[in-house]
Design a protein around this ligand. Structure first.
Ligand code: FAD
Length: 452
């Protein structure tokens, strides 16, 4: 992007200091946790925007979109940059639109819907919602940093999904306003089923600027860890809690040994050679859970109240994709997959994978409810990386034995797991971004409309 264009861009927003071009800043704000993938790492390390712009209003976003459209400059939106497959890494330079300054919570409606700007941090929303008797239905383990807009556009679920499903389920996302990248950019309201046109489309077909997100009544939670001699015991116990609606839970996680050995800061809850179950349960059920765990042969190694995002230790910091981070800290040769096991055939699927790959794959289960209301063993297994061929063999084999895989080692939506078979995200891109300027390269089934 020429110097002249950057100067023009600076004129579009109230304070030119919000257009950033220092090389170190361009590098930092053009990247996320893409390095989680040994395959994506070399492909994305050198990718950079020409300028970072930090708007503070929808009018500024509209002006930037108009300018970018006129000059055919790509725009890649950034929330907090905690995505883990280079979702917000600009493949084709241009502008990174950093929305972190648009972080206002407008309020929570009487029936528990948060209305906010996209840059609002999820931890702030959780804290503010709890003050009013509500809480997030689900959040990623990156709660402290991740933004609401980035979660909707790039995430899928997390802590809370065992009860409330994913973002795409059960009207969890009520509505949002989106700035389009048409010849004349405009703000379009998406409500009800229309949210699925834009949800989890990685900012390829619209820029979320105002969000209505459903909350749940707040619960007093206890965090709970139990060690078991075997993975099977830990799995069956946690599954029995996860699937039974009698239990009010926010998290039901299982780690096979040696995964718990990676959790250096909480080694007091870990027992050598044992698998670990980690559960968030309603405080008034903690005693009953303790009894159930003992009956299942477990040793309860920790109980402690969850008092909000600042709770210490915050056990969710070891779950979902944070587990991978701890594994990579222990040994950089580890990477991961994102899987969904069959609720009925999972034990056979575990056996087949173990027989073929031995301890190249370590089981880390996150129970979650699917769109049909069935609680399934979701999983983010830790994988010892050797070659791309071996990793792809594992992905192919998982799929062959009925294990769903959202491939986190590709940088485009179609194979990364949540691309919709009804193509509504693609149709929305054709409509709202016909020139293909939003996060180019991330929706590979899209082809620019050419003027004949
Ligand atoms: P970013 O990374 O900034 O953006 C994500 C995507 O959304 C990008 O494609 C970006 O272009 C787009 N985007 C951002 N804002 C907007 C907007 N306003 N309009 C349109 N597009 C936009 N994910 C989960 O779902 N569950 C987990 O439990 C989970 N755990 C994680 C743990 C770790 C350690 C890491 C590194 C990642 C994890 N993730 C998880 C992935 C990621 O943290 C979440 O998806 C997170 O919600 C992304 O938020 P963000 O603000 O950082 O988004």
């Amino acid at each position: 992007m020429q110097v002249q264009l950057i100067a023009e861009l600076s004129q579009l927003i109230a304070d030119p200091a919000r257009v950033l071009t220092a090389p170190a800043v361009l590098d930092r704000l053009s990247h996320d946790f893409y390095w989680y993938s040994p395959i994506l790492k070399p492909l994305l390390v050198d990718k950079k925007a020409d300028a970072i712009v930090q708007p503070i209003s929808v009018d500024e976003i509209l002006a930037i979109a108009r300018f970018a459209g006129k000059h055919e400059i790509p725009i890649t939106v950034r929330g907090a940059g905690t995505g883990n497959y280079g979702q917000c890494v600009p493949l084709d330079r241009g502008i990174v639109l950093d929305l972190s300054l648009m972080d206002k919570l407008e309020g929570v409606t009487a029936d528990g819907v948060a209305v906010c700007q996209p840059g609002l941090r999820l931890a702030t929303l959780e804290t503010e919602a709890r003050k009013q008797g509500w809480e997030l239905r689900m959040y990623p383990s990156t709660l402290a940093k991740a933004s609401v807009g980035g979660f909707l556009a790039g995430g899928s679920g997390g802590i809370g999904s065992v009860t409330h499903g994913g973002l795409r389920d059960f009207d969890n996302v009520r509505a949002f306003e989106v700035v389009t990248m048409e010849d004349e950019p405009r703000v379009v309201l998406h409500e009800g089923p229309a949210v699925h046109e834009i949800l989890h489309a990685w900012g390829t077909n619209g820029i979320l600027t105002r969000i209505w997100l459903a909350l749940a009544p707040a619960v007093d939670w206890m965090q709970f860890t139990t060690a078991f001699d075997t993975y099977e015991q830990a799995f069956r116990f946690t599954q029995s809690i996860a699937v039974d609606p009698v239990w009010t839970k926010r998290l039901a996680t299982v780690f096979e040994w040696p995964i718990p050995s990676f959790f250096a800061p909480i080694k007091q809850v870990v027992r050598e050679d044992k698998s670990l179950a980690l559960i968030m349960i309603a405080a008034d059920q903690a005693e009953a859970l303790r009894t159930a765990a003992a009956k299942a042969g477990g040793e309860v190694t920790f109980t402690g109240a969850f008092t909000g995002p600042r709770t210490q230790p915050l056990l969710s910091d070891y779950t979902w994709n944070h587990t991978t981070l701890w594994a990579m800290k222990a040994d950089p040769a580890f990477t991961y997959l994102q899987c969904g096991f069959s609720p009925t055939e999972c034990e056979e699927q575990f056996r087949l994978l173990r027989a073929r790959y031995g301890d190249e794959i370590l089981f880390h289960i996150e129970f979650m409810k699917n769109g049909e209301g069935i609680v399934i063993p979701g999983a983010i297994p830790i994988v010892r990386f050797t070659t791309a061929e071996r990793l792809n063999d594992m992905i192919d084999y998982c799929r062959a034995i009925g294990v769903f895989v959202a491939n986190p080692h590709v940088n485009y939506l179609e194979d990364a797991g949540r691309f919709r078979a009804d193509n509504i995200q693609l149709l929305a891109k054709q409509k709202y971004d016909p020139r293909g300027l939003l996060n180019p390269g991330k929706m590979i089934s899209f082809h620019k409309q050419t003027v004949s």
